[in-house]
Design a protein around this ligand. Sequence first.
Ligand code: TEU
Ligand code: CA
Length: 557
Amino acid sequence: TITKKWWHNCVVYQIYPRSFKDSNGDGIGDIQGIISKLDYIQSLGVNVIWLSPVNQSPMDDNGYDISDYYNIAPEFGSMDDMELLITESNKRNIKILMDLVINHTSDEHPWFIESKSSVNNPKRDWYIWKEPKPDGSEPNNWESFFTPKAWEFDDLTQQFYLHLFSKKQPDLNWANPEVREAIHAVLHFWLKKGIGGFRMDVINMIGKPDDFPDATIFDEGVSGWEHWANNLLCHQYLREINDKVLSHYDVMTVAETPFTSTLDGRYYSHPARNEVSMIFHFEHMSIDREEHNAVRKPFDLREYKEIMSRWQKDLYQKGWNSLYWSNHDQPRTVSRFGCDNEQYRTISAKMLGTITHMMSGTPYVYQGEELGMTNKVFTDIEQFNDLMAKFHYQKILASGRSEKQAIDFLNYFSRDHARLPMQWDNTANGGFTTGKPWLALNNNFATVNVQAEINNKDSIFNYYQRLITLRKSNKYGEVITYGDYQALDVNDAEVFAYRRCYHEYTLLIICNFSDHTLQRNYAGEIKEFILGNYANVPTCLEDLTLKPYQAFIFEIR
Ligand code: TEU
Ligand code: CA
């Protein structure tokens, strides 16, 4: 068994500040905007907010390129605003998780400016500089997430620096103890301000082996990952962070970790290893695409069931899961995994919420998911903002595919879908801004918006509220949070059903992922109908009719 922690039955709401709420009409969401919506966030029932980066940044990657860890980006507000956000959130029993982007900094961070100024600069070794090969080429064959190669040549000193992301995001050299100390100080600074913890950006990539070997795995992800993802150095640096910083506070941490197996997941989140509270794995984010090759694949529910069930089983009492369908890097949940047409948008969004919120772990709700916000239809590459969209576009054209195929791919997967402004009401620009929004809204804001959702008792918002309430309820809270998980009918390609058991309680969750009516049989007797996304209440599990995208939560005996 595991010791209970405050974050075990929490639900996290993710805010992408740029797109949440603009308070001053400059078209960019900001901290005062978030403060003005704290009552709304509280009404959903969540107790943690993960705030995407608000630090000073030239915004090459919308804040994931920090140029000052100790200041707030002026477009988002001031340090006073940030402190007010923390106080006002805490008043509502909501903790703030800051986004900690420490694998890399901005190239405009003073550390990097010094580092690149000369080979003898004291900060030279704070980043990863290498001599070219004798033929002048890159030190090795690693790729980057946002450019073809992970190395950028610097004319001044005639060396390359490493950047796993854009060339404006140079990787810090974690092998240097001065770097680690400087980062530890950043963590202390923010924790002393009373935040609840951190979401740690690509933290599983901070360890770089000092011989920088060539990649040997190609086309299965950014080449080089077998060397820089999840290695022993990374675990060691995390334990050091825990020892020097985190263990002195009562915080939760979630590590963003692409390329991880459930065994890695245990290494990161087993409480006795003193690393992090939980991780984000990406296995289910790869079901319907090869991101690296910018290729779409058909979604197979059996694969989703297998992945989620394996994580539930393998981490049970050996670690902790985080549960999510989406974030600021992913398409909109209902468009990607449900059905976003008029007929099924609301029903399927509720069904998708049911599946994740009834599992063991900590659920994350990405802003607008509670409204069933959808992907937008883009028609031209100029309409995209994200640097990754532009990179994928080039990649698709270079692979011989047409411009139309490129736009089609981005209409499924661009990170911009999640970054369109939040839809608050049906007034101009959805109530997001009184000015010109930095990214144009989705056309459907007149019907899909917060105002419409909170006024309708059958809305997605109200359903999410109920799901969140269940996790905190006296009656079912423990079985949802700590219950054993058992998948049913693993080969059923249309229905995802599972049980949760804890002491005298057994829950049965049934979700129809298809757009047609099905008949199914399940063992057990209904003790109580807890929640569903249609009005009908079945009395028996034999010959059970499942309408399109129908979801049920039962207590059974
Ligand atoms: O994302 C890391 C990451 O792996 C993503 O690039 C991912 O491959 C893709 O976006 C979605 O599948 C984190 C942040 O969440 C992202 O916003 C940043 O751009 C990136 O790190 C660099 O900091
Ligand atoms: Ca603003």
